[in-house]
Write a protein that binds this ligand. Structure first.
Ligand code: GTP
Ligand code: SPV
Ligand code: MN
Length: 618
């Protein structure tokens, strides 16, 4: 246990500028912890070391407090179910703020707030917010501890559920403190569920199973590399190492330092000839990253191994190639739709040591969600804690219910998944959930066209964030909710990274597993069969597969895509690859409208790509 000292209450711990922020050494860390404790007034401060012993202690505590349900160890050893407040089930994008000094740096797709106004607001909501609770200090590393692409952070949180989850999702060890003491920089993050147990008049109230607050703040200060989160205990709102740090803050670091922080899975693909390739793929939330990351190919001779399922940090290596690490150490994956026929690897990963959130509870003390088995059990307790039967007429698990499990437990994890220098990336894939227009797969003509494909991703909204599910929205680079700076500058940054990579730049592809036929059903079987698309991509990299040039990119020539043994609808292949001139011209108009939102910040190269697309469509 690390000692901490008490400071006077009433100090002003929310610094006005970067210069005031402690940046180096354990003394500075302790001083910062004291300042936050003085503001938030917890009963005690506990340093969480990420050890099995401490994780065990906290999960037992959470069970005793009624905040976790221990699952039947016979089916699911050392595993737990958490049920959130029904109002705290997903990321809250309208309460997510980028507080850059200059509003233009946040751009039109982020909610911007003036930093000092926001600091004043935060000071108010955080004052006394941890009364009656324990403040956990969680030092973590994103990426292998001490690695050249890795970064350190510290999260302060009044949620033991969040502390334990963070321990699974990142590397939490005392080695991180040693590095901080040696002067390594770290990112400061503060989290409170916003449910103090003692009010201003010293009145105590009982705790609840899922404390949270109707008022929520998910706040990033890009210039000072700080994160403040209030009012939610859920995933991307509360596990601040994940979306807030590894994407919003890291994307700003990456812009300033010449690398990339992206919402991407990473896989290693080995061909029947034994040649290995690494692919990174950006799809919006709940659009198939975890599934592709754990793909079990349906075609013989191919293997796919997992490196990461949600976030990639990419940097040009000494060999000139783009190298990527998975900065995380666990998976926070979507449960519904995860079953033996869709993602058997995930099912096998979840055998134990897993925290499930908002799935259903079986009568035998195990968990269930839609898609885990074909037949639902006759009776369940649903994610709200209510009785459920197959004719209840509502899902038993919340559509955004999730599992939290360590990456090392994945049977398909690649040997080099935690390599210090990452893995060299051979191809980048962009995808989305599009019922129309976007073909199953196409290849970009070059890096610049690839950046255009990334910048123009649109996708139907999913349950991963609050909002209307199914609504088509632009989600450039699958980073709409995660880019910590002006999205148009992000496109410019990608173009600049491509310039530096030159001939070593990965090939770029676009995929869409979700195109639908006239009857509204998916044209492509997806999941394991996506290996057929991966095969074509690898053969393109090897220069062995043919393609036909179209206005929107290079499509597989007939017979180049292996469809052997697939039971597709008669005209499915045509429908999967149809490029409809009118709807693509309409798509171009929407792209132009979208670009216009960013005014003069859109790189001219992307305007040129749009002009060229229109020209070739006509
Ligand atoms: P986040 O964790 O929110 O970033 O999501 P993700 O991109 O990792 O998505 P995930 O792999 O968890 O898939 C989300 C949903 O899409 C699940 O219900 C999957 O079953 C479904 N899905 C994934 N791949 C496919 C596919 O190839 N075809 C179809 N039809 N559905 C898919
Ligand atoms: C996503 O929404 O993209 C997720 C889940 O991966 S969360 O951690 O909540 O962001
Ligand atoms: Mn995600």
């Amino acid at each position: 246990e690390l000692p901490f000292t008490d400071t006077e209450r009433g100090a002003d711990p929310v610094p006005e500028s970067a210069a005031d922020r402690p940046a180096h050494g354990l003394d500075d860390l302790r001083a910062w912890v004291d300042e936050i404790a003085a503001l938030t007034e917890p009963d005690e401060v506990v340093w969480y070391d990420g050890s099995l012993r401490e994780a065990d202690r906290l999960t037992k505590l959470l069970v005793a407090e009624g905040k976790l349900i221990r699952l039947n160890p016979e089916w699911r050893p050392n595993s737990f179910l958490a049920r959130t407040d029904p109002g705290d089930v997903a990321r809250v994008e309208d309460r997510t703020f980028i507080c850059s000094d200059d509003e233009q740096d946040a751009g039109p797709t982020n909610n911007w707030r003036e930093p000092s106004t926001m600091r004043a607001e935060l000071r108010e909501v955080f004052a006394g917010s941890m009364r009656g609770r324990t403040l956990y200090v969680v030092p973590f590393s994103m990426g292998p501890v001490g690695g050249p692409i890795s970064q350190l952070g510290v999260q302060l949180t009044d949620s033991a559920y969040v502390a334990v989850s963070l321990g699974t999702m990142t590397r939490v060890t005392d080695d991180v403190l040693a590095l901080i003491d040696a002067g390594a920089p770290w990112v400061a993050t503060v989290h409170s569920v916003g449910y103090p147990l003692v009010d201003d008049h010293d009145h105590r109230r009982d705790d609840v199973a899922w404390p949270c607050n109707e008022t929520k703040y998910i706040v990033q200060f890009p210039e000072t590399r700080e994160i403040w989160s209030y009012g939610s205990g859920y995933g991307g709102n509360a596990i601040l190492a994940k979306k807030c740090f590894a994407l919003r803050i890291a994307s700003v670091m990456a812009r300033d330092e010449g690398w990339l922080a992206e919402h991407m899975l990473i896989v290693k693909v080995t061909s029947p000839e034994g040649r290995a390739y690494h692919l990174a793929a950006a799809f919006p939330s709940a659009c198939g990253k975890t599934n592709l990351a754990m793909l079990r190919p349906s075609i013989p001779g191919w293997t796919v191994e997992t490196i990461g399922d949600d976030i990639a940090w990419l940097r040009q290596g000494p060999d000139g190639r783009l190298r990527a690490i998975n900065p995380e150490a666990g998976f926070f994956g979507v449960a519904p739709g995860t079953g033996p026929s869709t993602n058997a690897t995930a099912v096998d990963t979840l055998w134990g040591n897993t925290i499930f959130t908002n799935v259903a509870l079986r009568d035998d003390g195990d968990v269930w969600w839609e898609g885990l088995t074909e037949q639902p059990p006759a009776h369940l307790i649903d994610w709200r804690g209510e009785d459920w039967t197959p004719d209840s007429g509502r899902p038993a698990a919340h559509p955004n219910s999730r599992f939290t499990v360590s990456a090392a437990q994945c049977p398909a994890i690649a040997d080099d998944w935690d390599a210090f220098d990452g893995v060299p990336i051979d191809a980048i894939l962009f995808g989305g959930r599009r019922a129309t227009n976007v073909p199953l797969v196409s290849q970009a003509r070059d890096w610049r066209h690839g950046v255009f494909l990334g910048a123009t991703i649109s996708s139907e909204q999913t349950a991963a964030a609050e909002g209307t599910v199914g609504e088509l929205r632009r989600d450039p680079f699958a980073m709409l909710p995660f880019c910590g700076y002006n999205m148009a500058d992000h496109w410019g940054h990608w173009l600049a990274v491509g310039e530096k990579l030159g001939g070593d730049a990965p090939a770029v592809f676009q995929v869409n597993w979700f195109r639908k036929g006239d009857d509204g059903s998916y044209l492509w079987p997806g999941f394991a069969e996506n290996a057929r698309v991966i095969e074509w991509i690898v053969r393109r990299i090897e220069g062995e597969a043919g393609a036909v040039q179209t206005p929107i990119g290079r499509l597989p020539i007939a017979d180049e895509l292996d469809l052997d043994g697939l039971d597709l609808a008669p005209d499915a292949v045509d429908a999967l690859f149809r490029v409809d001139q009118d709807s693509w011209l309409a798509e171009c108009d929407l792209t132009e409208e979208f670009f216009d939102r960013f005014g003069g910040r859109v790189p001219p190269a992307l305007r040129a790509e749009l002009a060229s697309l229109r020209y070739h469509l006509r």
